[in-house]
Design a protein around this ligand. Structure first.
Ligand code: G6P
Length: 608
């Protein structure tokens, strides 16, 4: 939800800001803007639409002079995506420019107060109050003014601030929105995430909530919310520049789908030794793992669906009740969570606002928190008691693929590990299942090798106004994620149903030619799903079945078939989702959709 960048150094700021914004475009892409400071004057350029429009408007930054500047790419919350609502916002006296990621919850009250004082507003955004407050509180010392402003703000913010009176300085401050400082040589940077920094520096300082940083070309100083200096350590980014590039693929999503076997391999292999799962990185003791009476998994979007799939493996293997909760709901439910609960938080970005809020709520109630996160050092990783990283590398496409499958991989690892510790699995079964899980990357590769066959199916289905996905048990969990992939990138109406529920109402929607994607990858219950296929076929549905090799009987009932390699049903989701990702991708391509940046969406959802 919005990306911000800042640069101070010896070079022209604008091209560097534009380049950083391109990397952050996945966070929001309805409008963008930059501001740079030169000879005591702030030059501001902002425009509706993609970064490409901003590049055209500024002649790739050439018309915006200055060696210190800030930039923003927006996902609209307050006010439509217009030029006026685009950031940066400037003060009435033109001395301040601000970029903001987050939401100021008390903005109406502040706007009213500032308007009464005579400040004139040019946008409908919540952000604009910040820049007028700055002008109001500024008495010659920028840091003091910013601390006075942040003391007035409620909500979340990562702010980048430029002041005409401080020509060689940038100010950055955060509260509940991501913000990193990139430490260079003769230049310093800030950005919402590492992808915008890695081309310039691998040395990073993560700001904590309430911290403020003053950046000059040669120095970064960090202060707490009372203005006292804070010593910060520098960490090194391990991602390389190429990992955040398309590398010859038509879309990031295609590249990221193809990277899945390697990403899952990187997630599994360091944690499997001699047919045993080793989770050296967590501090949870065996005794604590044995003491949990309940596990709650919480997340948003696809991460939530990964939790839905992982639940089956954990419950089955560990014999402990697992509740999977949408983070945006859990936090308001007065959840029954205590010291005997393990909370597993799933998040690719580690910055999803609702997930962070749910984590905090459950932690307060005494739960032990285990985070499964892709971005090292992200907020969720830092708030949790323990972290199991998914080693997926940067994920740029808004629709997650390798983020989701690596989350599954970690949940399966944890299920096996905890089952072993709790003594709910016998040794031979444990060793056999660990070996099976170890083979997941090869199964996924075989599923990816089906890619050339998928465009034909996409051509058949891409004009359908809606598609149903059905399945039972883990197949149902995969159906949920498959339907989400389809709707988010191809804009087709797609719904997932537990196959057994069809006859309780939904079957009324089945008519001649209605596409139904039936998932039957658990041979033990495939016969039941086959009955549901027959029921929808009898009402005219066109059925594409996804089944494991060796279940040929499906061929007699389905119109089209995708066979995936055989896999232990508890872990099958990690392979089974692959053809559904490919199908969504090719349907979206047929429909001419913007696959990596679907309309109305953003990858990192830092607003509640
Ligand atoms: C957005 C993304 C999804 C993601 C969800 C949760 O909706 O588009 O791909 O699953 O947020 O994000 P997280 O970073 O917490 O996994």
């Amino acid at each position: 939800m919005c990306g911000i960048v800042g640069y101070v150094g010896g070079q022209s700021a604008a091209p560097i800001l534009l380049d950083g914004l391109k990397k952050l475009e996945y966070r929001g892409y309805d409008s963008a803007g930059i501001a740079a400071l030169h000879d005591g004057t702030i030059t501001l350029r902002k425009v509706t639409g993609r970064i490409a429009n901003l590049c055209a408007l500024t002649e790739d930054g050439k018309t915006v002079p200055g060696t210190v500047g800030i930039g923003h790419t927006r996902w609209a919350t307050h006010g439509a995506p217009t030029d006026q609502n685009a950031h940066p916002h400037t003060s009435n006296d033109g001395r301040f420019a601000v970029v903001h990621n987050g939401i100021i919850e008390n903005h109406l009250q502040l706007r009213d107060e500032l308007q009464k004082k005579g400040y004139h507003f040019e946008s409908e955004t919540d952000t604009e109050v910040i820049v007028h407050l700055l002008e109001h509180y500024y008495r010659g010392d920028l840091k003091t003014a910013v601390l006075k402003v942040t003391a007035r703000l409620q909500g979340s913010y990562a702010l980048g601030i430029l002041c005409a009176d401080a020509p060689d300085q940038l100010l950055a401050v955060r509260e509940a929105s991501p913000l990193l400082i990139g430490v260079g040589i003769g230049s310093n940077y800030f950005a919402s995430d590492v992808t915008a920094l890695v081309a310039h520096t691998r040395n990073i300082i993560s700001l904590e909530d309430g911290e403020l940083a003053i950046l000059t070309a040669d120095d970064v100083s960090v202060f707490d919310c009372a203005g006292r200096p804070v010593q910060k350590s520098i960490s090194r980014i391990t991602w390389d520049v190429q990992a955040a590039e398309k590398g010859g693929y038509a879309h990031f999503m295609l590249k990221e789908m193809m990277e899945q076997p390697a990403a899952v391999e990187a997630t599994l292999s360091p944690r499997i030794r001699n047919d045993a799962v080793c989770l050296d990185e967590i501090t949870l003791s065996d005794e604590t793992i044995r003491s949990f009476r309940k596990i709650v998994i919480t997340a948003c979007g696809s991460a939530y669906y990964a939790g839905c799939a992982g639940r089956y493996a954990i419950e089955h293997l560990c014999r402990v009740p697992v509740q999977v909760e949408l983070a945006s709901e859990l936090r308001y439910n007065n959840p029954m969570i205590d010291g005997e609960t393990l909370l597993i938080v799933l998040s690719q970005s580690g910055e999803t606002a609702d997930t962070i809020a749910a984590l905090k709520e459950c932690k307060q109630r005494g739960a032990s928190v285990l985070a499964v996160v892709n971005v090292v050092g992200s907020t969720i990783a830092r708030l949790a008691d323990d972290v199991l990283y998914t080693w997926a590398g940067p994920e740029i496409a808004v629709a997650t693929t390798k983020g989701y499958t690596t989350q599954l991989a970690v949940l399966y690892l944890f299920a096996l590990y905890a089952a072993h510790v709790r003594g709910t699995i016998d040794e031979p079964t444990y060793a056999k299942l660990v070996r099976t899980l170890r083979s997941a990357p090869s199964g996924m590769q075989q599923a990816l090798d089906l890619n050339p066959k998928i465009p034909k199916l996409a051509k058949k289905y891409h004009r359908s106004p809606s598609i149903f996905f059905i399945g039972r048990n883990t197949d149902y969990a995969v159906a949920l994620e498959g339907a989400l992939k389809m709707k988010e990138i191809s804009y087709l109406h797609a719904e997932a149903y537990a196959a057994g529920e069809l006859k309780h109402g939904t079957i009324a929607l089945i008519h001649d030619g209605q596409p139904v994607i039936a998932l039957c990858c658990n041979p033990a219950i495939a016969a039941k799903t086959m009955s549901n296929i027959i029921e929808v076929k009898a009402r005219g549905a066109e059925v594409l079945a996804v089944a494991v090799r060796g279940t040929q009987e499906i061929a007699s009932v389905a119109d089209d078939l995708i066979f995936i390699p055989r896999m232990e049903p508890l872990f099958a989701a990690i392979v089974e989702i692959v053809p559904l990702q490919l199908l969504a991708y090719h349907v979206a391509k047929e429909n001419g959709c913007d696959i990596d940046k679907p309309k109305n969406l953003a990858k990192s959802v830092t607003v509640e």
